[in-house]
Design a protein. Structure first.
Length: 155
């Protein structure tokens, strides 16, 4: 039985289905933990391309200290948003639910989080975007190939 499950989350319908599936797996187990993990592509306000884009759009480019504050606020907002969405999908559940953000290449961040938290299962959606719709998504494929724990891909 799986009791420490990582659910990579990106707000997609597929990720929401994975949350529901993980909740069913641990249904009634008060000792189980579900880790809802969002890999965030946070804006890098220090990137010269961001400054160029802001200038072209006619938007004032923030000072360094303002950029850091905006980034922190963005990440805090994304965490609150993830918690709200997760709670709405999961409803009342007997397992403990944690929420965390990561950054970097999604598949690598997911596997690193799994290892750091000794997860025994990764339950994730597969999106398969564009011409590959209906086929395993690139992130779920990379996690499946590189994970040392079982991966349940929910569609």
């Amino acid at each position: 039985m799986y009791r420490n499950i990582l659910i990579p989350y990106d707000g997609s319908d597929s990720a929401k289905h994975a949350l529901i599936t993980a909740a069913k797996i641990v249904d009634g187990d008060k000792n189980a933990v579900l880790h809802v993990f969002y890999v965030v592509d946070a804006p890098n306000f220090g990137d010269p391309e961001f400054a160029d884009a802001a200038r072209e759009a006619g938007v004032a480019y923030p000072a360094k200290i303002d950029a850091d504050m905006i980034r922190r606020k963005f990440l805090a907002h994304k965490l609150v948003e993830t918690k709200e969405e997760g709670a709405a999908v999961l409803g009342k559940i007997s397992a403990t639910v944690t929420y965390a953000l990561g950054h970097g290449k999604p598949s690598e961040a997911i596997i690193a989080f799994c290892e750091r938290n000794s997860c025994d299962l990764i339950c994730m959606g597969c999106r398969g975007i564009g011409a590959l719709r209906g086929v395993l998504g690139s992130v779920s494929y990379a996690v499946l190939r590189n994970s040392e724990v079982p991966v349940l891909v929910d569609k």
